[in-house]
Design a protein around this ligand. Structure first.
Ligand code: GCV
Length: 614
């Protein structure tokens, strides 16, 4: 394969340019990183297995003692080096990750494409086979370990023909080679599997309660683990968007997940089962089915029925990674089940890594509503690809960085983590660093303002999900409707409507039910409102929609001015500027299409007399 001339290092600029390649264990990697770093103080390492993934840093003589389990020491070394580079206080004291599994899910296909990928082709595959640059893999492993990620799922949850081979004899030696590159960084691989794989292996059914199916998976797991003994486990998308699953056999998802989990259990593997299950063939005339209710309906009643090594992976919101959604009600409904929170770094609905969209403030809102203790693991859909800078837009790396830090500690402050990324990535004068920081902190809200209003969702260009299309999903099969007419817009999801709000605990349900207490930015998620309904600040809904769209677009233009004032490295500056031109085009298109759409329906002019096309 062709190697890019130079692998831009984003926040790894704070480390020596080359990743250690001779180290065999995380402890050896930690030693090599510390020895190679110019700025590192004298550090003695001590292995204390009882600390596991945690570490303790304390002064010792003229230097420091860094004690930890194998990977704990490595995490400690990275935190220490990052603190040195940023000029921050060293992370003295004891530290341990909040979640045991901190996963990155790549949606990479063996043909080299990436589903919803916006930073080039796959880092792992090309032309229907493995194809990677080992140096780049080490750099990637280092990126993940430096912020505490410990599981990398390398293939798409939509498993196609070729990817079946990942757990077949032909590819297992190569999977083992790849795993060996990540092992010294404490990163374990995971693979997405096809629930119906036994059908290809001569078993006439994939019924989870059929002994032949369970036996097939047991033998398959034994085989896979003979090559990769520390594989983290399998990731499964079943009965979702045309993927096969237990429903075909009249079985529940507990039946399916537990059968697979039993095959993994002897090897210490985890079965991660996604809960993104809904009817993607809905008739828009059907007014009873309300898509956000689906996950709860499919899973809540199964609480307590899953094996100990099953984790149900739930998207943060009940729809699908929209700009603003409430937290999925499933998180409150399954106290006896292991749950993982799934977020999406790939900017599928949030600007394709063209528009700037820093996610930490959004994740903070999720954790404000969802106590971190409700979940036991975190997963993020990757935004990585073969582009030289890994993430397409150089600023999109902030999301990868912050995700790792947040999965390590959900109390991570968005402002601080964004500040740290800015500082480690760019050595900007203080004023410019402040400007970049403010730009990133505000970027999500800007994007939100110029796209669909107040939690309405889905006014995007179908399939690509970039750019406005107010009617794009209105008569489609996906269960994503806003039902705008000349008087009103939105679906009533209260007890007077679909009843979705009742899936939440009583206090939250009551908050959402009532228009006065419903968070303003979610009003159109929960309520159908008339354009002349008056908002808390006295504006009508229609005026609020117009104002947000004009403001969002103006703010994007201000972002462009700020960007132009920053002394970024030439390559990053060029990429960011090119993308900003497209972001501005996008913002204007969203503003005009959305405002015109509502103006044509409502006939209400803008109270401030700004240009709305008719
Ligand atoms: C991997 C959405 C995306 C799909 C994705 C799916 C999922 O529907 O558009 O590309 O498929 O989510 O999360 O499984």
């Amino acid at each position: 394969m062709t190697k890019p001339a130079n692998h831009t290092l984003t926040w790894l600029k704070c480390l020596p340019e080359t990743a250690p390649c001779a180290a065999k264990t995380p402890m050896e990697t930690a030693r090599a990183e510390l020895d190679a770093a110019a700025c590192a103080p004298k550090v003695e390492l001590a292995l204390e297995p009882s600390l596991g993934e945690g570490f303790r840093l304390e002064p010792q003589g003229e230097g420091y003692l860094l004690a930890g389990g194998e990977t704990g020491v490595l995490y400690g070394a990275y935190r220490l080096l990052m603190a040195c580079a940023a000029g921050d206080a060293l992370p003295l004291g004891s530290h341990a990750p909040y979640y045991a599994l901190r996963m990155l899910n790549c949606w990479d296909n063996a043909d080299g494409t990436i589903e919803r990928g916006y930073s080039g082709r796959s880092l792992f595959f090309e032309g229907g086979r493995f194809d990677y640059d080992p140096d780049r893999m080490r750099q990637l492993a280092r990126m993940l370990a430096s912020v505490g990620m410990n599981v990398l799922c390398i293939n798409n949850v939509n498993v196609h023909e070729n990817e079946h081979q990942l757990i077949e004899e032909a590819w297992l030696p190569q999977l083992a080679e790849l795993a060996a590159l990540f092992r010294p960084y404490g990163v374990r691989l995971m693979v997405s599997i096809d629930y119906a794989h036994p059908l290809r292996g001569g078993v006439p059914t994939a019924d989870p309660l059929d002994a032949r199916v369970a036996q097939w998976w047991k033998e398959r797991a034994d085989l896979v683990y003979s090559y990769v003994p520390d594989l983290a486990g399998f990731l499964v998308k079943a009965d979702s968007e045309h993927r096969p699953g237990p429903f075909t056999y009249g079985r529940t998802h507990a039946d399916g997940a537990n059968m697979l989990a039993k095959a993994l259990a002897p090897h210490g593997g985890t079965l991660v089962w996604r809960c993104f299950v809904y009817n993607c063939m809905q008739d828009w005339r059907d007014t009873v089915t309300d898509r956000p209710m689906a996950a709860y309906q499919h899973y809540a009643y199964l609480d307590g029925q899953f094996d100990g090594n099953v984790i149900l992976q739930v998207k943060n919101g009940p729809f699908d990674f929209q700009v603003r959604e409430p937290v999925s009600p499933l998180f409150y409904a399954m106290p006896k089940t292991n749950l993982a929170l799934e977020v999406q770094l790939a900017q599928e609905y949030t600007g394709h890594q063209t528009d700037i969209y820093a996610m930490p403030p959004m994740w903070k809102e999720i954790f404000d509503d969802l106590p971190p203790s409700r979940v036991m693991a975190m997963a993020a859909v990757s935004n990585l690809g073969r582009d030289e800078n890994y993430t397409g837009h150089p600023f999109a790396a902030v999301n990868l960085f912050a995700y790792g830090m947040t999965a390590w500690d959900p109390a991570t402050d968005p402002a601080q983590v964004i500040r740290l990324w800015c500082r480690l990535t760019y050595s900007l004068p203080a004023q410019q660093e402040d400007a970049l920081h403010a730009l990133l902190m505000g970027s999500r809200r800007v994007y939100e303002k110029y796209t669909a209003p107040l939690g309405l969702c889905w006014m995007v260009e179908p399939h690509t999900h970039y750019g406005p299309s107010p009617m794009g999903y209105e008569y489609a099969l996906w269960g994503t409707y806003h039902k705008a007419n000349r008087d009103a817009v939105g679906i009533d999801r209260t007890s007077r409507g679909t009843g979705y709000a009742a899936q939440y605990p009583a206090e939250m349900a009551a908050r959402y039910e009532n228009r006065e207490t419903c968070p303003e930015l979610l009003l159109l998620f929960f309520h159908r409102m008339r354009y002349d309904d008056v908002m808390a600040d006295g504006r009508t809904l229609i005026q609020r929609i117009y104002d947000d769209h004009f403001e969002g677009c103006d703010e994007a233009e201000e972002m462009a001015r700020v960007l132009a004032s920053l002394d970024l490295p030439p390559q990053d500056a060029q990429t960011a500027h090119e993308r900003m031109v497209r972001q501005l085009r996008n913002a204007r298109e969203w503003r005009d299409v959305t405002n015109t759409f509502f103006y044509r329906l409502s006939g209400v002019p803008d109270a401030k007399g700004r240009k709305i096309y008719d």
